[in-house]
Design a protein around this ligand. Structure first.
Ligand code: FES
Length: 129
């Protein structure tokens, strides 16, 4: 059985890249409005979200790839401290409590994290203001 065919334009990172900080920012697509997202480990899998806080629309990480609380249990927005669950992106505390991060479906193929085939990068990026 051969290796699965991989669309290199959909590769986000290697799974091993998440070991150090538990999460990683990525940019996919071109032009003035590429899709900016991040991936975070969750159990044996990975979750992906748009890097856009539902409170004021800031990127969540002020320091590159720093998306998690010190104990790594939650996602934190560096701007005003909103806290989000890792598995579904629901905000459980902070100025946007009850709202959620926008998910980006991702898939694991071997040691690679890829955008899922159903993700329309340009369409998703265009919805983010
Ligand atoms: S912009 Fe994220 S908590 Fe305000």
């Amino acid at each position: 059985m051969g290796c699965p065919e991989i669309d290199l334009q959909r590769v986000v990172c290697r799974l091993a890249d998440l070991a150090a900080s538990g999460a990683r920012a990525f940019t996919v697509g071109g032009g003035e409005w590429p899709l900016r997202g991040f991936v975070v480990k969750h159990g044996a899998g990975v979750r992906g979200y748009v890097n856009h806080c539902p409170h004021a629309g800031h990127p969540l990480d002020l320091l590159a790839h720093q998306f998690l609380t010190p104990d790594r249990t939650l996602i934190v927005c560096a701007s005003h401290g909103a806290l989000f669950e890792r598995d579904h992106g629901l905000c459980i505390a902070g100025p946007c409590a009850g709202r959620a991060l926008r998910p980006i479906p991702v898939a694991l193929v071997g040691d690679l994290v890829l955008l899922a085939p159903e993700v329309d990068v340009a369409a998703l990026a265009a919805t983010i203001t």
